[in-house]
Ligand binder design. Structure first.
Ligand SMILES: Cc1cc2nc3c(=O)[nH]c(=O)nc-3n(C[C@H](O)[C@H](O)[C@H](O)COP(=O)(O)OP(=O)(O)OC[C@H]3O[C@@H](n4cnc5c(N)ncnc54)[C@H](O)[C@@H]3O)c2cc1C
Length: 389
């Protein structure tokens, strides 16, 4: 039995995250491949909403560009066929959809995209969310698990976001930045647009879940909480006392001090970042491979030291010989000899690499034909589906 499956079967959700990310999210190729081999699309479709359901736990590898969506899609389709795989592929498509929205809308995703979020009583975060003591056990335990492991199940993310935005009436942006800070799979598009989807600023209605729903999917039996109400009561609900104290967490990324990378002038230079750690990029070609950690990027999108350390470990495991450089893109360019040609510097297209100079290469897409902005996932998915059958 794979470690992944064993872990699912032996652990209950509350104990799950006593283990550290290196166990839950190993960095070596064999363990990641084993996780991919463990995907069971039919079970996934039936159980994915449960905290202990057969989710893939692949998001940190997908977000960091180690696992490519088209490879996953092809493997799943080939092995299990379209019918069994449809649900999982449509979830993978959610990620791609959000990437397309980011590509098209750029920094506009950092603000309310479709509708203004309302009502808002704070632009801070309820302290009870940060301290994991909201009194809703399924949510509090998931937040603690996030701090421990760098992972939170999708449903728990939705619950946390709805409690923060729709019950506590906090604007989504700072809480989204807080969650992003702690996630190994942190992705600005998936994160911020999901928060907006929950808060109703990127969807047609706000998302709510009551205690009964939370109990069902988190495996709790809690009663008589402030969420133990009928759905009809949410619209007029006053902000519960426990959520009224708010706070602004300090979010900053301490970048490591790095040595000046060794650049061999006869070789091309491949610039990696925390969203591109593709182990197969230019395959066996000899190259200067640099993981660029830009202070300007992390000032805008901070991640925790724990997340950064995991990413650096992953980079070393996936891209042999990679050198880590803390500095902005122009600092890296300043290290190249004057005669070094710009056409020898390669990077991948991404909203965070728009200021890079050199040869821009495409990311790989499951649906390269379906581009541009879509107002809703369903409009996007309709277009994608025809390329699957
Ligand atoms: C408030 C909130 C914040 C989120 N922040 C992030 C984030 O920063 N980074 C991130 O990768 N995902 C984010 N998600 C989406 C989703 O929660 C995670 O991708 C998923 O939980 C990862 O676990 P998994 O790999 O086991 O997912 P699985 O359910 O096994 O799904 C497989 C893959 O499909 C993609 N996927 C599945 N569901 C979604 C979804 N709803 N949106 C986008 N992609 C999806 C992911 O790449 C995931 O790895 C967020 C969702 C919410 C509600």
């Amino acid at each position: 039995m794979s470690e992944h499956r064993k872990w699912h079967q032996e652990n209950d959700a509350s104990k799950l995250f006593d283990t550290i990310p290196e166990y839950i999210f190993p960095v070596d190729k064999a363990a990641i491949q084993e996780r991919i081999n463990g995907i069971r699309p039919a079970q996934y479709a039936k159980t994915r909403n449960f905290l202990r359901g057969a989710v893939t736990l692949l998001s940190p590898y997908i977000s960091r560009g180690v696992v490519q969506l088209p490879d996953l899609k092809d493997m799943i389709l080939q092995q299990y066929g379209y019918r069994a795989s449809e649900k999982l592929i449509s979830e993978l498509a959610w990620r791609e959809f959000f990437q397309r929205v980011w590509q098209a809308k750029d920094d506009a995703i950092l603000q309310d995209l479709r509708n203004e979020q309302s009502p808002i009583t704070t632009h801070q975060i309820p302290a009870a969310i940060i301290n994991a003591n909201t009194g809703i056990n399924g949510i509090d335990q998931s937040i603690e698990a996030l701090y421990d492991s760098g992972y939170m199940h999708n449903h728990a993310r939705m619950y946390t976001a709805m409690l923060t935005t729709n019950i506590a009436q906090a604007h989504w942006l700072l809480p989204a930045q807080w969650m992003y800070f702690h996630l190994l799979d942190g992705d600005i598009a998936s994160n911020h647009l999901s928060w907006q989807w929950v808060a109703g600023s990127y969807s047609s209605k706000k998302y709510y879940a009551n205690q009964e729903n939370i109990n069902k999917y988190t495996g709790q039996t809690q009663r008589h909480s402030f969420l133990d109400v009928d759905y009809s009561e949410f619209a007029d609900m006053l902000v519960p006392e426990i959520l009224r104290t708010t706070s602004t967490p300090t979010l900053s990324t301490p970048l490591p001090t790095t040595v000046v990378p060794t650049i061999e002038v006869d070789l091309p230079t491949l610039v990696y970042n925390t969203y591109n750690l593709d182990p197969n990029w230019h395959g066996d070609k000899a190259a200067n491979r640099i993981l660029l950690l830009e202070p300007d990027h992390f000032a805008q999108y901070p991640i925790s030291e724990k997340v950064l350390n995991w990413i650096i470990t992953l980079a070393h495991a996936q891209v042999p010989g990679i050198q880590v450089f803390s500095g902005n893109f122009q600092d890296l360019m300043a290290l190249l000899p004057e005669q070094y040609p710009a056409q020898q510097v390669y990077y991948k297209e991404h909203p965070t690499t728009r200021h890079y100079k050199g040869v821009e290469e495409s990311r790989s897409w499951m649906f390269p034909q379906v581009q541009g902005y879509f107002n809703s996932f369903f409009a996007y998915w309709k277009k994608c589906e025809r390329f699957l059958r």
